[in-house]
Design a protein around this ligand. Structure first.
Ligand SMILES: O=C(O)CCC(=O)C(=O)O
Length: 301
């Protein structure tokens, strides 16, 4: 696979600020930011929210804030009251009311049958139909003594599949935060024809400065795709200090736009011609030597 057939589009990453322990407040903050983004010129085609934006980012909060997420394909107005969570319903409204594609960051998802909680990203088309669900595959369990310790697996279960979705402007791959450290996901998405890999995320002030930019540039250059991560803004009173610095990188590994740690929205144009020129000039996508490394998921070609 060398060139990709897709159309260029404009991306908006909403680095939400003023997030609190009130879900109602957080939904209102997100709604307002979506409306502001949609009123910008040129208008974005795809809007992205950050990781766990409706709840505090804390293992002991995930269950309380978790919601039921219906199946992919459920349309606007198809469900009765209570069949989906209030954040899901609000995200449908954000997409539909603003006629825009929405990657809804992530929220804690309740799976009642198995009594499990997932860190889940949902995607909506401009009609408010739920078109994709990605459950964070790699749970953020790390321990850097005295600096950053987190154990998502205390409450969360890891997802079991990879996720891409189609839009009129091209195929997009999804991951959530720590997922970016596992290069296979982006590589498989790129080989399936994705233009961009998009990760709602919430790095921290220890690992953010170490690896946030490096990981995104690496995934972009290795796979010759666009890469974007959307973080919440830093909140001085939060128990978890998000890094912020929402970022978009092009297929050459150039940083196109980067936020600071303040609340803001950043925009970038995803230029498919630039992606295809990069692939033509540096033809690594057609130079793979699977005969030399056959254990690398060749079946995804
Ligand atoms: O990989 C990292 O350093 C941070 C990951 C993270 O914060 C997360 O997965 O929520």
């Amino acid at each position: 696979m060398a060139s990709i057939k897709a159309k260029s589009f404009r991306l908006a990453l909403l680095q939400l600020g003023s997030l609190t322990s009130s879900k109602t407040n957080n939904i209102a903050v997100a709604k307002k930011a979506v409306v502001e983004a949609i009123n910008s010129t040129p208008k974005p085609h795809l809007i992205v929210l950050p990781e766990i934006w409706n709840s505090p980012y804390a293992v002991n909060a995930f269950r309380e804030y978790s919601e039921k997420i219906p199946q992919v394909g459920t349309k606007w107005g198809q469900l009765n009251e209570g069949e989906e969570g209030e954040t899901v319903k609000a995200m449908r409204e954000m997409a539909r009311d603003n006629q825009v594609w929405l990657i809804g960051g992530s929220i804690p998802q309740k799976d009642e049958k198995a009594d499990e909680i997932f860190n889940t990203c949902t995607v909506y088309d401009p009609e408010g139909t739920l078109v994709a669900i990605h459950q964070k595959v790699h749970l953020f369990d790390i321990d850097i003594p005295g600096r950053q310790t987190f154990k998502e697996s205390d409450t969360l279960t890891g997802g079991k599949s990879l996720t891409t979705f189609d839009t009129p402007f091209g195929k997009i791959g999804l991951g959530i935060c720590y997922d970016i450290r596992f290069p296979e996901m982006a590589t498989i998405a790129a080989r399936q024809g994705c233009v961009a890999m998009i990760y709602p995320a919430a790095f921290n002030t220890t690992t953010g400065p170490m690896h946030w930019t490096l990981l995104q540039r690496a995934r972009a250059v290795d796979n010759q795709i666009y890469v974007a991560m959307c973080s919440p803004a830093r909140h001085p009173e939060a128990s978890y200090q998000a890094y912020g610095h929402s970022l978009v990188v092009n297929p050459l590994g150039d940083v196109l736009v980067e936020a600071s740690h303040e609340p803001t929205t950043i925009y970038a144009d995803i230029d498919v011609e630039m992606l295809n020129t990069t692939r033509k000039n540096l033809p690594i996508t057609i130079q793979r030597r699977f005969d030399v490394y056959p254990d690398v998921a060749e079946k995804f070609l």
